[in-house]
Design a protein around this ligand. Structure first.
Ligand SMILES: [Mn+2]
Length: 298
């Protein structure tokens, strides 16, 4: 009779950590760590991204140790563990940003962060700057996110990139996947004024190889708004835009990354708007590919 080793079989009901990995025991554990930032008070449309870390952990249960496309065992080779969630303060954006920055500075491993809305990327970048000096940013999103303010307020999920540029913490910035209706033609002009290399969804769909040649080398932070993916493949998000990447396309783009990843986030996953965990599973797989790229290139 065949015996089943309960400890070796996948425990699909255990949902407490990313990919069923161990919880980190110390701040300096792991060459890469998973970290949740469950903050969504800076959203302008649908909320719910505060449940992103939980959803992504749940969507990660089926991840297996070996990545056949990059030929790496990311969890083993990076000794990945789950650091838990940052203790944010609901309703207090600036206090929460301070906490996020302080917490991330303390962590030794490369952080792979599950949002949360996109406002969390600003304090993460501040922490990266403290650790590494000026860094490059690769930003996948359907939105520019460099608007100056919303309702006269400087900190929202659509203004973090403008703030980071003003603070002088970024070197090269490449964003891709931009689409959807805009407030005005000025939005397009602003990317040139701000020195951001912006590629639209058409650039990605019609001439991806050329675009990928424009990516920076050296220390680079990757920020992925799940809404860069088409709502057909990622419905659980706060500000969906139709006509986006497929799930296959985004995984292939990440697999092609050929730079040194110093941090990585996937934001704007909103499980209350998700269907059959489709968005959470994709986000978990995006993080898996990011970990695999780090494992391959270190
Ligand atoms: Mn977006």
């Amino acid at each position: 009779m065949r015996q089943i080793d309960a400890l070796k079989s996948p425990r699909f009901t255990q949902i407490s950590t990313f990919a069923r990995l161990p919880l980190c025991q110390k701040l300096d554990e792991g060459e890469a760590v998973f970290l949740g930032v469950p903050f969504d008070d800076a959203t302008t449309y649908r909320p719910g991204a505060r449940f992103g870390p939980t959803g992504i952990r749940q969507g990660s249960r089926l991840l297996r140790p070996y990545n056949q496309f990059l030929d790496v065992y990311p969890f083993d080779s990076l000794n990945v563990c789950d650091m838990g969630d940052v203790n944010i303060i609901p309703g207090y954006i600036e206090d929460t940003m301070k906490i996020i920055e302080e917490e991330i500075v303390k962590i030794r491993g490369v952080p792979f962060i599950a949002g949360g809305d996109h406002s969390i990327t600003l304090p993460i970048l501040r922490a990266m700057y403290k650790k590494h000096g000026k860094i490059n940013l690769v930003h996948l999103d359907s939105h520019y996110d460099f608007w100056d303010s919303y309702w006269g307020k400087k900190y929202t999920h659509g203004t973090w990139l403008r703030r980071a540029l003003e603070e002088g913490i970024l070197n090269e910035v490449v964003q891709m996947g931009i689409r959807g209706s805009l407030y005005s033609r000025d939005d397009v002009e602003d990317s040139k004024k701000l020195g951001v290399k912006s590629f639209t969804i058409r650039d990605l769909k019609y001439r991806l190889k050329e675009v990928l040649k424009e990516l920076p080398s050296g220390k680079t932070y990757v920020s992925i708004d799940i809404d860069v993916v088409d709502p057909a493949f990622a419905p659980g998000t706060g500000t969906p835009e139709v006509g986006g990447l497929t799930s296959f396309e985004i995984l292939e783009i990440i697999r092609s990354f050929d730079f040194s990843i110093i941090g990585f986030d996937v934001v704007e996953v909103s499980p209350p708007y998700d269907v059959s965990e489709i968005t959470s599973m994709l986000a978990a797989n995006i993080i898996y590919e990011g970990l695999s790229v780090l494992a391959k290139h270190r």
